[in-house]
Design a protein around this ligand. Structure first.
Ligand SMILES: C[S+](C)CC[C@H](N)C(=O)O
Ligand SMILES: N[C@@H](CCS)C(=O)O
Ligand SMILES: [Zn+2]
Length: 326
């Protein structure tokens, strides 16, 4: 393998800041793939022609998307598996069995690795429990969120990613509910056996979508002490309001000053979960350059973009990372 472990790289290069790619799902949508369906951005891969037809246009589109993110300066790139839980896939596609599902994930990871080459880090993306019913921007997980079987929901995707050497890190993304976060943080090395990060889904007013304060989350993580899985590598925010994201990072950094952070906000648009479209009201009171500096000043070690951010945004981020990191 020609690349170092991402966790070791971050710890032995304490001033390095890595650039992550942008919102793959919405970027695929920009390029003509219809992602408004129950498995969202994973849709191109569930069609057998993606694998059997070398001239498949979807195959070309995914390849070109990765090429453009790489050309923009991304050093860590994500698999397009946000809504690829076994539940979402088996209930909504022709892929029904655990074996066929694990084979699908293995094909996606191998294809993504082929697209990005051996030098870059590949991050296995896992969306939250709430992705399957579109509650990732509300955190409303029903009357008994503590009783949801989170492990049962994530287990197959997680073990497939743990066992895949093409993946350098696992990212739990857009986590909106404190019970879900606590469940993930309770899993030891036998359940998450490679470096992992967690992106929180935070309201623009600065609380987790379910109302928990970031301070309480930070205090909870501190209270876990040595019980924390040593593979837990970064905490941060993703798919949050562009204009408010730096305040969230600041609050996390204040309570967890030694923990590497990750930040990748969305474009500032709002997702309509019924129509599955983004409102076009993009609000940018600040610039990427301002945000990148604020993120770095507040402990960010990986910076990128989430939904509706494009290769052009990643190029801007990459330039600002060069300018502001030491
Ligand atoms: C806009 S993405 C982050 C989420 C997609 C949503 N779970 C849906 O199914 O429409
Ligand atoms: N990283 C995901 C979206 C998370 S909200 C994707 O773009 O597919
Ligand atoms: Zn997003």
């Amino acid at each position: 393998m020609s690349r170092p472990s991402i966790k070791e790289y971050l710890s032995s290069n304490p001033n390095a800041v890595l650039v992550l790619d942008g919102g793959q799902g919405t970027e695929l949508e920009n390029r003509g793939i219809k992602v408004a369906n129950p498995v969202w951005s994973t849709i191109p891969f569930v069609n057998e022609s993606f694998w059997s037809d070398p001239a498949s246009s979807d195959r070309q589109i995914v390849k070109e998307m990765y090429e453009d993110f790489l050309a923009s300066g991304a050093q860590a790139l994500m698999t397009v598996t946000y809504q690829a839980s076994f539940k979402s896939v088996s209930e909504n596609t022709v892929i029904k069995t655990p074996d066929a599902y694990v084979e699908l994930l293995s094909r996606i990871v191998a294809f993504s690795r082929e697209c990005i080459g051996d030098e870059k880090w590949l991050v296995g993306c896992i969306g939250p429990w709430g992705a399957h019913n579109c509650s990732e921007f509300t955190g409303e997980y029903g009357p008994e969120p503590a009783k949801i079987d989170y492990l049962g929901y994530f287990e197959l995707q997680l073990s497939a990613f743990n066992n895949n050497e093409n993946l350098d890190m696992i990212a739990f993304e857009t986590i909106p509910n404190f019970h879900e976060l606590k469940a993930i943080l309770s899993w030891d090395e036998s359940l998450i056996s490679k470096p992992f990060c967690i992106g929180l889904s935070v309201h623009s007013h600065g609380k987790l979508r379910d109302g928990t304060s970031l301070r309480e989350i930070g205090e909870y993580i501190k209270s876990l002490g040595p019980k924390l899985n040593p593979n837990f590598t970064l905490l941060g925010v993703n798919c949050v309001s562009f204009d408010h994201s730096h305040n969230m990072l600041k609050e996390l950094h204040e309570v967890l000053p030694d923990l590497p952070l990750i930040a990748y906000p969305n474009s500032g648009e709002i997702y309509d979960t019924v129509q599955k479209v983004w409102t076009s009201k993009k609000s940018h009171e600040v610039t990427w350059d301002y945000l990148v500096k604020e993120y770095i000043d507040n402990g960010a070690r990986i910076i990128g973009g989430c939904c509706r951010t494009t290769p052009a945004d990643i190029k801007t981020i990459s330039d600002s990372v060069c300018k502001h990191s030491k």
